[in-house]
Design a protein. Structure first.
Length: 170
């Protein structure tokens, strides 16, 4: 078997850079994602969250749900994941999430989709080739009921040139 020649692979630029965003711009993220019961339970057990609402269907039904409830942290991670391609795929440090508010519970079989609005743009004072972008992202289920709302901020390259050099870090 021949080894591939990686020098012949063309690098494909993906994602948007700072200059591609405009204040108050609304971005609909791609087609969404359906959450399964298996992944919901696996997420909770993998993160050692043993709350019976997330892992015990009988308990959840006794508390008014049709079955297990999807752990809200999986909901948050899924919605942020839906937004990465449009917001931060081009790279740059993730600076944090603020003001997370959960809405209606998510149940296995629900399909989540997301949209984001650019709420702040500013150039980085310490990294001249970078900008700081903040988005408000809203995740909804298939009935358009809000499941989560959050603000997230990333350091984003201003253009498609390399993000920084050693001189930029001084």
């Amino acid at each position: 078997m021949n080894n591939p020649d990686f020098t012949k692979f063309v690098m494909q630029e993906k994602g948007r850079v700072f200059r591609d965003f405009t204040l108050h711009e609304e971005i609909e993220h791609h087609w969404g994602r359906t959450v399964t019961e298996a992944e919901a339970i696996l997420f909770s057990t993998s993160t050692c969250n043993w709350h019976p609402l997330y892992v015990n269907g009988e308990f959840a039904r006794a508390h008014g749900h049709p079955g297990v409830v999807v752990n809200p942290m999986l909901v948050l991670c899924t919605v942020v994941g839906l937004s990465v391609e449009d917001l931060s795929e081009s790279g740059g440090p993730f600076l944090g999430v603020d003001d997370v508010r959960f809405g209606v519970p998510v149940h296995p079989g629900d399909t989540l989709s997301a949209r984001s609005t650019v709420i702040a743009l500013r150039e980085s004072a310490s990294r001249p080739r970078m900008g700081i972008v903040t988005w408000e992202t809203v995740g909804v289920n298939q009935r358009n009921a809000e499941v989560v709302r959050l603000r997230r901020t990333n350091l984003v390259r201003k253009d498609r040139a390399p993000a920084e050099t050693a001189d930029d870090r001084r």
